[in-house]
Write a protein that binds this ligand. Structure first.
Ligand code: ATP
Length: 348
């Protein structure tokens, strides 16, 4: 049965270096969470601490009612009832698919084991592959076998470490959707480590962004994108940039960007504000008086991603349909759509 996962002020040290610092988070039973952040921020260390591979220097971890880690105790991994899926699938090449999926199913009689294996293969849409060998399946199929193997013993918690990173981008996206469906059908609580936000957003109910060992924000993907807690999250999530702007006494922002509400004006002041501008906040508008110089552009088939210069030289990105075809050095007429302004106080 799925259980909620709770981390209270968890710290993990390697010698004098603290890789995970006072991390608290809660993941409800049956929910999918993601640890997301740049390389070296501590994601894998945290996942390893949840799995029972790393002792805690401080804090505690519980699964349902059971406390599984604190500085004085480390319930061994095999007694935690956690399933694991690794980056490289880690299937046994000499075992058939049935042998792989049934690997952790000790204590079941033969008929029960076979039934469980078929149910798991059905869950991951690989019915009838029992007698095949891993090398006969595609990368995506192998990863689904790894998922079936991890889910077969009915873990309370499933841990996934960069589960799709060895697959190509298109396959990753498709697999992330499929894996989400499988996990939801299995009703398992799951936590994955990723540095790919697209994958994190597709798969997860909640995402924890980690910055240098600390939680920067835990939220739904939608809230992270639209209401980032700080500059780090704002710049890490999505392709926005934070530009420095000033407002006049009425709240009107420089560069024709929009107008602050009286409340925003009193909260943030007028000068040197950080304004988050996402590529989809700037729209091509043929008759607009605001015309920005094109610094560069990248053709992406269905659209162009433009890099534009504001009058004071700050760069912003702008996504347009691909028929809006303006060369570098020319002017692009645009309109800012900052209905949901995200502002930060002056830096420093
Ligand atoms: P990546 O995305 O690159 O895998 P990560 O966010 O998973 O990175 P961790 O692997 O958890 O980061 O590492 C966090 C920090 O702890 C890094 O500075 C790393 O160098 C350090 N670290 C990791 N493992 C050890 C170890 N066994 N001994 C000492 N330092 C370690």
């Amino acid at each position: 049965m799925a259980e909620p996962l709770q981390l209270n002020n968890v710290s993990v040290r390697y010698g004098d270096f603290t890789a995970v610092i006072e991390v608290s988070l809660r993941l409800e039973a049956g929910h999918i969470g993601c640890l997301l952040g740049p390389s070296g921020c501590g994601k894998t260390t945290l996942l390893r601490a949840i799995a029972g591979f790393e002792p805690l220097a401080a804090g505690s971890i519980s699964l349902g009612e059971r406390q599984i880690s604190d500085p004085g105790q480390l319930v061994p991994t095999e007694q935690r009832n956690v399933g694991m899926v690794f980056q490289d699938f880690a299937l046994f090449p000499h075992l058939s698919i049935a042998g792989n999926v049934g690997f952790g199913l000790s204590g079941m009689d033969r008929a029960e084991r076979e039934q469980r294996i078929s149910a798991m293969l059905e869950l991951v849409s690989l019915e009838g592959t029992q007698s095949a060998y891993p090398h006969e399946l595609s990368g995506g199929q192998q990863q689904r076998v790894a998922l079936a193997r991890a889910l077969a013993p009915g873990p309370e918690l499933l841990l996934m470490d960069e589960p799709f990173s060895s697959l190509d981008r298109d396959l990753r996206e498709q697999l992330a959707v499929e894996v989400r469906e499988v996990l939801k059908r299995a009703g398992v609580t799951a936590i994955l480590v990723s540095h790919d936000q697209q994958e994190a957003f597709t798969l997860s109910d909640q995402v924890t962004v980690i910055n240098a060992g600390r939680v920067a924000q835990t939220d739904t993907p939608y809230a992270l994108y639209h209401n980032p807690a700080d500059r780090f999250v704002a710049e890490f999530i999505g392709q926005g940039s934070i530009i420095s702007v000033n407002a006049d006494t009425q709240g009107k922002l420089s560069h024709g960007l929009g107008t602050l509400t009286p409340e925003q004006l009193s909260n943030y002041g007028q000068s040197n504000l950080g304004l988050l501008v996402r590529p989809d906040d700037i729209k091509y508008s043929a008759r607009s008086e605001v015309q920005l110089k094109v610094l560069s552009r990248a053709f992406r088939g269905a659209n162009f991603m433009y890099e534009l210069a504001l009058p004071n030289g700050q760069a912003v990105s702008c996504l347009t349909p691909s028929h809006v075809n303006v060369a570098a050095g020319e002017l692009l007429p645009v309109q800012f759509d900052l209905q949901h302004l995200v502002l930060f106080e002056a830096e420093g």
